[in-house]
Write a protein that binds this ligand. Structure first.
Ligand SMILES: Cc1ncc(COP(=O)(O)O)c(C=O)c1O
Length: 394
């Protein structure tokens, strides 16, 4: 037996490639925008998390360039030692205020933010109650923690309560949920989670990756949307979506953030966000506050597309957001459909098992505030044509 046997004998990707249906790692040779270029072909992008359309915004790009001119290209070290810039601290103060918490701490990715908080704040003897469809970074953060993790059924407070009611009232517990679920697009049932956390003496953490810039009067996420900001104990966010950059953050009480700063290994032992990435987030935050019309437009698009798909007979699951899954069933159908969409000039990605349960493959579509109605109508037309051809819609 050789260590490499598992890789050498692994054929899943090759099987899909041999049918000419492989659609991952597609190289884009233009800016990430509502239209992108792939292999010289223009495609309408409905598979990104560029919710507010800031990735290619001139002010964001200018802020990044100015940061490079002043600070150089990177930080060459961890926040803990030499990698803290005044820019990181400015961003942390602004983020804490935006999500209405005492303090915030930025990490180099959203993934690391979840690893960093969960592995640190939940320790041996504690419990983590995690929604079954939470993001992989939450799953891995739970794995890294010495606490015991129990998964509850997706967005199902009844099942969560049946678990909580069996745990000792005084044992420390954390309930953790995505704000908007990244594949299904549902909004978590925050009001009930808050009731349960109060009744059973737990803390509550919300991953706001897909909600910042999207949900709430000022775009600060699920807590603001439900007017329950003060009841969320830990807010996690990422900069790779509405913020048009790379990185992530945790916001909470001053004591929790100070503890994280000195104990969280994914923060202490990894280099800090480069200055250009921080500058992009600062500028995006300014635009998010200044231009609520982007958020309004995004919601109008989400409504139009959901209605458009459902009128054609597509199953969009239980989405309540600008993430609109098109449920197609078998993995092969999702691959074929994405490929045909690509040939018709629409970039949308197939999501298959294990990212979703077997037999529940889907095409994940998601939208950008700067999509034009003309682009969206083309997308709907192409979905109609291909759905009929593949017998997915009648
Ligand atoms: C819900 C959720 N949490 C965390 C992450 C990780 O964020 P990042 O891409 O910034 O590492 C993602 C990104 O896909 C996500 O969807």
């Amino acid at each position: 037996m050789d260590l490499f046997d598992k890789a050498n004998h692994w054929t899943t990707a090759d099987d899909v490639r041999s049918q000419d249906l492989y659609l991952y790692f597609r190289a884009i040779s233009s800016a990430q925008d509502t239209e992108v270029t792939v292999n010289g072909k223009r495609m309408i992008m409905v598979g990104s998390n560029n919710y507010l359309g800031l990735v290619n915004h001139p002010e964001v790009k200018a802020a990044m360039i100015a940061a490079i001119q002043k600070y150089g290209s990177g930080c060459t070290g961890s926040r803990f030692l030499n990698g803290t810039l005044d820019l990181h601290e400015t961003l942390e103060i602004q983020l804490a205020s935006f999500v209405n918490k005492e303090a915030a701490l930025v990490f180099s990715t959203g993934f690391q933010s979840n690893l960093g908080i969960l592995s640190t704040i939940a320790s041996r003897g504690d419990f983590i109650l995690s929604d079954r469809e939470n993001h992989a970074s939450i799953v891995d953060g739970c794995r890294l923690s010495f606490a015991k993790t129990i998964k509850y059924d997706h967005n199902d407070p009844k099942n969560l309560e049946s678990i909580l009611s069996r745990l000792d009232y005084d044992t420390p517990k954390l309930i953790v949920t995505d704000g908007i679920f990244s594949m299904g697009g549902e909004i978590c049932n925050l009001p009930t989670l808050v009731q349960l956390k109060n009744k059973y003496n737990a803390r509550l953490m919300v991953d706001e990756a897909h909600t910042i810039g999207v949900l709430g009067k000022h775009g600060s996420g699920t807590g603001e949307h439900f007017l329950l900001q003060n009841d969320v104990d830990i807010v996690m966010g990422t900069f790779s979506k509405s913020f048009a950059s790379l990185g992530g953050f945790i916001a909470s009480s001053r004591k929790v953030i100070d503890y994280l700063k000195h104990v969280s290994r994914p923060m202490i032992f990894s280099a800090s966000m480069p200055p250009s990435a921080v500058a992009a987030v600062l500028k995006s935050l300014e635009i998010i506050k200044r231009e609520p019309e982007r958020r309004q437009r995004l919601w109008a698009i989400a409504q139009k597309m959901k209605k458009g798909f459902e009128d054609m007979g597509y199953n969009t699951g239980s989405t309540q957001s600008p993430i609109i899954p098109i449920l197609v069933g078998e993995d092969a159908k999702a691959f074929i459909m994405s490929k045909e969409l690509g040939e018709e000039g629409v970039f949308a990605t197939p999501i298959v098992s294990p990212a979703v349960p077997p037999g529940m493959a889907l095409i994940r579509t998601s939208y950008t505030a700067t999509h034009t109605d003309e682009q969206l109508d083309i997308v709907l037309d192409k979905f109609y044509k291909i759905g009929k051809k593949l017998n997915i819609i009648k």
